[in-house]
Structures are given as structure tokens and as C-alpha cells.
Ligand binder design. Structure first.
Ligand code: UD1
Length: 414
């Protein structure tokens, strides 16, 4: 059944260990293509996007075994240089395979990637970085071919700290000849995880905090290694915001609160009280959240765009008026009409959502339009009076390993 059914209005109470990070594991899986050996990744979430990435790895010749939370990738036979359209168009992150396959085989053909419909999402910065590293690019019938005689390290300045473009440049630079310097790259924790993994496999990557650069010196080969995927900060934020909307008190374990600074600040402003002890966050929600006069989504360490929709669901119930500006993706308010169906009062004014908080939301039949908007509907449903049916759950399954199990552990009725 492609739907979720939630009976809301019950304060949350319980504990969950947060799953491994989707946005960390996907580029690390791609990076495994560069390794002349066997990579073992632990704490991998069982989600649709990871399944899709595993299929892409297999399609270029990797041998992949996935048991419980552990994925083992043997890339010694990874000589393929084209990716099947069927999987590439399912997921935006498939573009990350470009840097890895180029680094390994000097050529890749790929359809334009798909993914959540949250904006235009071009890949111009990825392609400009490759071009600077000696890659020639051609396009025919919507298939992009990138090839090079020799990848050479280069000075790459990104006009915006794109997460994907930074990852692709790192992947292309790891086995390139000479040094690649990335200026203005993204600094999200998922980028740090990718670098940690690559360094463990023998890469030479240094981050200069003062300069704001990443320096990658090409090495001859990468070797076998094991890496534990860090927690998913967006899943953690979703459950914390779920508690802020529904009320009650929850504990999340396996988290590093230093990656959630902007989120915890917003939670405090809304009246949530929390403490962090032994890798666990305990949150106590207020009776009714306070409004946030103005908040803008930003690149890390700012408030993440991936938690913007979920925040709208909380603010829909807050005391007072809130304004949330989306600065990363232009089409990220698709959840608003669905939240309004549940009694929310949210108006879109350009890049801002203006939220007039209401005392109650009501159960309704709503439809997820994309991953994080779908998670926001679950949050609204947990707080709403009565029953909510959320259609298109497959979007939510792209990022949440076991939403039902987790919500039940937190005392929700799902
Ligand atoms: C990644 C995350 C996604 C998150 C986003 C921003 C993964 C798998 N996905 O997506 O969950 O919401 O970071 O934190 O890690 N842009 C261009 N040209 C480019 C590349 C990007 O204009 O070549 C624009 C995009 O359209 C967007 C902005 O830059 O407006 C940010 O995109 P980017 O940081 O690249 O996001 P993704 O890597 O796609």
C-alpha cells in the first residue's frame, strides 16, 4: 500500500536510535568505485535511494553484498563507463557517480539525473569543475558523455557551495595527477564524512579552515577499508520537530548534537527544552510552540533546507505569525497546499512562507509530493486531531528507513 495512516493528537514519548545518513552513504558508495580493493560500510540505512545506488555500482561492474546494515563493495572489476537510465533518472544523487567513474575509468556516459522535484537543479557547476580538470563533455539525445585522457588537478572555484558539485570535484581529484584546490566548496557534515572515508582508503585530502579550501593531492591508488556511516541529521531533526508539533518528550540516541546547532537553536526559540548526554538528545516540548518571526534556510552550519517543510508543520501550530524564507531550492513549498488542507494557514509570498499559527490541525487525506514534504505531513498528522491518510509514501521511503517502527517507538499511532 503506497500510503501511511496516522492517528494524531497524542503527545510523543519514547526513544529511537537514529539511522545512518542518506546523504553521507550515497557519495561514499560512489567513492567505493575508486577503491582498488574491498570497502565495508556499516550503519547503512535500508532506503530506496541506497538500493538505487547499489544498482548503479553493480551496473559498472562492482560486486556488492548487503546484509543487515552492512554493505560490502568489491570494485576491482568496475570497468563499466555507462549508467542505466532506469536508475539514473530515479535519483538526483546518481550524478555523483560521474566523478567516481571518471576518476576510475576516464569516461562516463549518463542521462541527466532525476530526483525530488524541488527546483530546477542544474549540474552546471559539476560540469565546469570537470572541464577545468581536463574533461571534455558532449551531449546527444539527453545523454551526457564526459571523457579525458588524463584527469589533472586544478584550481576550482565554485560560485555557490553546492554539496553535489563539491563531492564530484573531490571524487575526480582523488586519483588525478597533481593537486586539486576547491575554493568556496560546501562544508556540510556529509562532505566531511566523504573526506574521512577517502582518507581512510589512502587519499590525501586536507581542509584549510582559514582559507576555506579543500586541497586534494592525487594518489596512485586507494586501498580496502571499513567505515561506519554517521547518523542522519535530517532524520534526527524530523523526529525532534515531530515532538515539537505533537508535544511530549523523546530521546534520540546515536547522534552528534554539534551537527544540529542551527536546529536546536530554532527548537529553543520555539520553547523546546533539551539536553545532550552520552550521545543522546532528550527533548521536552512546550505546551504550544512559539512562532519564529523570521528564519532563512542556509548552507551548513545554517538551518538546513531539508528541514524547512518539517518546520512549517510545527509553525502551523505555533502561537503567532512566522516567516520562513527558502534560499536554496526555488520549488520547496509544494507541501503548503497539503498542510493547508489540514487546517494550516500558510501563504507563499515569493521565496517566503508566511505562517499564521492555528491552535489545532485536523486529520485529512493528503498526498506527499516529495521526500521532505512527505515527512512534514507525517509531523502535521502526529499533531492533528483525528486520522490522516498520506498518499505517495514511496517518496518518504526514499529517506526514512523505518518511519513506522520509529514513530511507534516514539509513542505515535501509525
Ligand atoms: C544535496 C542533498 C540535498 C540537500 C542539498 C542542499 C544529497 C544526496 N542531497 O543536494 O538533500 O537538500 O544538498 O543541502 O546530498 N546548483 C546549481 N548548479 C549546480 C549544482 C547546484 O545551480 O551545478 C544549485 C541547485 O539548483 C540548488 C543549489 O545549487 O539551488 C544547492 O544545490 P546542491 O547543494 O548541489 O544540492 P544537491 O547536491 O543536489
Amino acid at each position: 500500500m503506497d500510503s501511511i495512516h496516522i492517528y494524531g493528537g497524542i503527545p510523543l514519548s519514547g526513544e529511537v536510535r537514529v539511522q545512518g545518513s542518506k546523504n553521507a552513504v550515497l557519495p561514499i558508495l560512489a567513492a567505493a568505485v575508486l577503491v582498488d580493493g574491498v570497502v565495508t560500510l556499516t550503519n547503512c540505512p535500508r532506503i530506496a535511494d541506497v538500493e538505487c545506488m547499489v544498482r548503479l555500482l553493480t551496473s559498472v561492474g562492482c560486486h556488492v553484498q548487503w546484509e543487515n546494515g552492512q554493505i560490502r563493495i568489491d570494485a576491482r572489476g568496475a570497468f563499466g563507463d555507462s549508467l542505466p537510465a532506469e536508475y539514473v533518472t530515479q535519483m538526483r544523487c546518481s550524478v555523483i557517480m560521474m566523478g567516481a567513474v571518471l576518476g576510475r575509468n576516464k569516461k562516463i556516459s549518463i542521462n541527466y539525473p532525476g530526483g525530488c522535484v524541488i527546483g530546477k537543479r542544474p549540474i552546471d557547476m559539476h560540469l565546469q569543475a570537470f572541464a577545468r580538470m581536463g574533461v571534455s563533455l558532449t551531449e546527444k539525445n539527453n545523454i551526457l558523455t564526459a571523457c579525458t585522457e588524463n584527469l589533472c588537478g586544478s584550481d576550482v572555484s565554485l560560485p555557490f557551495p553546492s554539496v553535489g558539485a563539491t563531492e564530484n570535484t573531490i571524487l575526480a581529484g582523488v586519483l588525478a595527477k597533481g593537486e586539486t584546490i576547491i575554493r568556496g566548496g560546501a562544508m556540510e557534515p556529509e562532505i566531511q564524512a566523504l573526506c574521512q572515508f577517502l582518507v581512510r582508503a589512502g587519499a590525501d585530502i586536507r581542509r584549510d579552515e582559514k582559507e576555506g579550501t579543500l586541497r586534494i593531492r592525487g594518489v596512485e591508488r586507494l586501498h580496502s577499508c571499513t567505515y561506519d556511516i554517521p547518523f542522519d541529521r535530517i532524520v534526527a531533526g524530523t523526529y525532534l520537530l515531530g515532538c515539537m508539533a505533537a508535544g511530549g518528550s523523546i530521546r534520540l540516541t546515536g547522534v552528534d548534537v554539534s551537527q544540529l546547532t542551527a536546529v536546536m537553536t530554532v527548537i529553543e526559540k520555539m520553547g523546546g527544552r533539551w539536553e545532550y548526554r552520552n550521545g543522546g538528545i532528550v527533548l521536552k516540548a512546550p505546551g504550544r510552540p512559539r512562532a519564529i518571526s523570521y528564519l532563512k534556510t542556509e548552507v551548513y552550519p545554517g538551518y538546513p533546507t531539508d528541514l524547512q517543510s518539517q518546520l512549517l508543520a510545527v509553525l502551523a501550530l505555533a502561537e503567532g505569525k512566522s516567516v520562513v524564507e527558502e534560499s536554496i531550492f526555488e520549488n520547496r513549498f509544494r507541501v503548503v497546499p497539503q498542510l493547508n488542507k489540514m487546517g494550516a494557514s500558510i501563504n507563499i509570498e515569493g521565496s517566503c512562507a508566511v505562517v499564521q499559527g492555528r491552535k489545532d490541525l485536523w486529520g485529512a487525506c493528503v498526498t506527499a509530493q516529495e521526500l521532505r514534504g512527505g515527512a512534514a505531513l507525517c509531523i502535521a498528522a502526529l499533531a492533528a486531531k483525528g486520522e490522516t491518510y498520506i498518499g505517495n509514501r514511496h517518496f518518504i521511503d526514499r529517506g526514512y528507513e523505518a518511519l513506522e517502527r520509529d514513530i511507534r517507538s516514539l509513542g505515535g499511532r501509525i
